[in-house]
Design a protein around this ligand. Structure first.
Ligand code: NOJ
Ligand code: CA
Length: 561
C-alpha cells in the first residue's frame, strides 16, 4: 500500500485560516507515550512519537494539560498555569516538543483551564489563609452558609462529578466557616470572573504560552466561567440532569458574561498575529446558541458535542449536519466534528450500545449495558468516514485511529476519575477511554513505556490483554487495518478538498442511508442493516469491505465518478 505524502507542502491546513479545515489530534499526555518508565506519559515521550502523527496525516495536535497539578482530575486541576509538572517534564521539554512539532509543520494547541484552579494553587491557599471578606477570597466564589449556624450550603447547586457543588472550609480559629463553589471536584475551586485580578492572571497565562510559540488554546469549560448574579438556586427540569454539563438553563452554564472574556482574549491573541486560535469546550445546546461562542470577534471554533452525541441514525445525523452547518455558517465560522475524547466512551464502543449511557456514567464490569465490539468498531469506522467527509475542522482522539475500544474491566482499585469516587462508584467515569496507548505489539506495555533496562512493565492504568493486537506496528501497512483506514481517509480528504467543499445532499435510496456530494466525491453512509447500491464510479475510501456494487450496512464509502 502506498504511503501517503507527509511533506509539509502536501498538507492542506496552512495559512492564517489553517484551522478552518484542520484535523486536530488530541493527545492526552498521561497516556500517549512514557519516555522514562514511570508508567505515566510525558512530554519527551510525545516528542519522540510525533512522526507517527505526521504519518497519520493530521494538521495539528491539541495537548490536554501538562501543568503543575496534584492530578486530582488528570491535570484539569492546575496549581501553576505557567509551569510543567515534573511528572511530564520541564519547560525545556515543552520547548523541544513545540520546536519538533513546528519542524514537522504541525500546529500545537494547548489546554487552558480558566473556570477553576487546583485547591493547591497559591491563590486558593492564600484565600484560605486570609479569611472572609479578604481580597484573596474575592478571587474565588466564597459565600457564607445558610441557616443559623451557616451549615447549609449557599445554594442547591450540584457538582458535575456528583454531590454538592459547595465545600465548607475550616477557618483559622479552627471552626467551620465559609463555603466555596466547585462545579467539579472539591479540589477545583471556581474562580470569580467578575474579579479583574482573575482576568489579569489569565491574560498573563495566554501571553506566556503565546510568546513561547503555542498556536492556540483549547478552553476548558468555556460555558461555565460566568455565573448568574446572585447565584440563585436551580432545579433542573429533568432531575436526571442535576449537575450535568448539558442543561444550559442552569445559572452556571452559558451565561452572557462569558462572551466579553473571549473578546478580550481574542485581542490578546491578535498581539501575536492572525493565526493563533481559541477553541471552546462548551457543552451548549442548541447549536444556534453555541454559535455565539464563535462570532467573528470571539473564538475561532468550538467542539460540536451535539454531533458527538448523535446516535448512529441517518435521520438524526442528517439533521445535526444541517443544523451545524447552518448555525456555524450564520456567524462565518467553520463547523467542527468530533466523535471521541478523554471524557466520553470511545466511539468504537459507544456506537455498539443502544442507547449509549449518558456522558460521565462510563462503563464498567457491573454496567447494565454490554457493547457489541464488532458492531461498535464497524459503525465507528463508518461514522469516522462520514465525519471526515464533512466540511470544516475535525478532531481525533488518540487511539481512535487504532480502533481502540473503551476498556470496561478496569479494577476499581485502578480507577482514578473523581466521578467514580464522588458518586460512590455508581458512575464508572472516564478512565476507560484513558488507558495508555499500544505502539509495539511485542514490547513491554505494548511500547507505551521504554524498552530495555528502563522497562518496568507499568502503566498508570492497566492495559487489557487485547492491547498488543491493536498496536500501531501491528496495523501499519496492513490493508483493512483501522490505522490504514484512517491514513487513507485523511489523505483522500486532502486530495479531494472535502474540508472546504460545499456539501450538497443527494436523493437517498433508503431511509437509513445518507448521500451527499462534495466536489468530485459522492459520500454514501449506510446507517442501517440492509445493503444498498453503490453509486457508479471509483471507490476512493470505504470504511469496511464493499464488493459487487453493493454498500453493506454500517458502512460508508467515498466514490469518485
Ligand atoms: C472538561 C475536561 O475535558 C474534563 O476532563 C475535566 O474533568 C473538566 N472539564 C473539568 O476541568
Ligand atoms: Ca513518564
Amino acid at each position: 500500500m502506498a504511503r501517503s505524502a507527509s511533506r509539509p507542502e502536501a498538507r492542506s491546513a496552512t495559512g492564517t485560516d489553517w484551522w478552518r479545515t484542520a484535523v486536530i489530534y488530541q493527545v492526552y499526555p498521561r497516556s500517549f507515550a512514557d519516555s522514562n518508565g514511570d508508567g505515566i506519559g510525558d512530554l519527551p515521550g510525545i516528542t519522540a512519537r510525533l512522526d507517527a502523527l505526521v504519518e497519520l496525516g493530521v494538521d495539528a495536535v491539541w495537548l490536554s494539560p501538562f501543568y503543575t497539578s496534584p492530578q486530582k482530575d488528570g491535570g484539569y486541576d492546575v496549581a501553576d498555569y505557567t509551569a510543567v509538572d515534573p511528572l511530564f517534564g520541564t519547560l525545556d521539554d515543552f520547548d523541544a516538543l513545540l520546536a519538533r512539532a513546528h519542524a514537522l509543520s504541525l500546529k500545537l494547541i494547548i489546554d487552558l483551564v480558566p473556570n477553576h484552579s487546583s485547591s493547591e494553587h497559591p491563590w486558593f491557599q492564600a484565600a484560605l489563609a486570609a479569611g472572609p471578606g479578604s481580597p484573596e477570597r474575592a478571587r474565588y466564589l466564597f459565600r457564607d452558609g445558610l441557616g443559623a449556624d451557616g451549615d447549609v450550603p449557599p445554594n442547591n447547586w450540584q457538582s458535575v462529578f456528583g454531590g454538592p457543588a459547595w465545600t465548607r472550609v475550616i477557618e483559622r480559629d479552627g471552626r467551620p466557616g465559609q463555603w466555596y463553589l466547585h462545579l467539579f471536584d472539591t479540589s477545583q475551586p471556581d474562580f470569580d470572573w467578575t474579579n479583574e485580578e482573575v482576568h489579569e492572571l489569565f491574560r498573563g497565562v495566554l501571553r506566556f504560552w503565546l510568546e513561547r510559540g503555542a498556536d492556540g488554546f483549547r478552553v476548558d469549560v468555556a460555558h461555565g466561567m460566568a455565573k448568574k448574579p446572585g447565584l440563585p438556586d436551580w432545579t433542573p427540569p429533568d432531575p436526571g440532569l442535576e449537575g450535568s454539563s448539558h442543561d444550559t438553563t442552569a445559572p452556571y452554564w452559558a451565561q452572557p458574561g462569558v462572551h466579553p472574556i473571549f473578546r478580550d482574549w481574542r485581542r490578546v491573541l491578535a498581539e501575536f498575529g492572525p493565526d493563533r486560535v481559541l477553541i471552546g469546550e462548551a457543552w451548549v445546546e442548541p447549536l444556534s446558541k453555541l454559535a455565539e461562542w464563535v462570532r467573528p470577534d470571539e473564538m475561532q471554533q468550538t467542539f460540536n458535542f451535539t454531533f458527538l452525541e448523535t446516535p448512529w441514525d441517518a435521520v438524526r445525523l442528517k439533521k445535526v449536519v444541517d443544523d451545524s452547518l447552518a448555525a456555524f455558517g450564520s456567524v462565518g465560522a467553520p463547523s467542527t466534528w468530533v466523535l471521541s475524547n478523554h471524557d466520553v466512551i470511545r466511539h468504537a464502543t459507544r456506537l455498539g450500545l443502544t442507547p449509549p449511557p449518558p456522558q460521565g456514567e462510563g462503563l464498567g464490569p457491573g454496567s447494565r449495558l454490554h457493547p457489541d465490539d464488532a458492531v461498535g468498531v464497524r459503525r465507528a469506522r463508518a461514522a469516522t468516514a462520514l465525519m471526515l467527509a464533512l466540511p470544516g475542522s475535525a478532531y481525533l482522539y488518540q487511539g481512535e485511529e487504532l480502533g481502540l475500544p473503551e476498556v470496561i474491566d478496569l479494577p476499581d482499585s485502578a480507577r482514578q476519575d473523581p466521578t467514580f469516587f464522588r458518586t460512590g462508584g455508581a458512575n464508572y467515569g472516564r478512565d476507560g477511554s484513558r488507558v495508555p496507548l499500544p505502539w509495539e505489539s511485542a514490547a513491554p506495555t505494548a511500547g507505551f513505556g521504554p524498552a530495555g533496562a528502563a522497562a518496568t512493565g507499568a502503566s498508570w492504568l492497566p492495559q487489557p490483554p487485547s492491547w498488543p493486537g491493536y498496536a500501531r506496528d501491528a496495523q501499519l501497512g496492513i490493508p483493512g487495518a483501522t490505522l490504514e483506514f484512517y491514513r487513507e481517509a485523511l489523505a483522500a480528504r486532502r486530495t479531494h478538498h472535502l474540508a472546504s467543499n460545499e456539501l450538497v445532499w443527494l436523493p437517498s435510496p433508503d431511509a437509513d442511508v445518507l448521500v451527499f456530494r462534495s466536489g468530485a466525491v459522492t459520500v454514501i453512509a449506510n446507517a442501517g442493516p440492509t445493503p444498498v447500491a453503490l453509486p457508479a464510479g471509483r471507490v476512493v475510501l470505504a470504511s469496511g469491505p464493499v464488493g459487487s456494487g453493493r454498500l453493506p450496512g454500517d458502512t460508508t464509502a467515498w466514490v469518485v465518478d
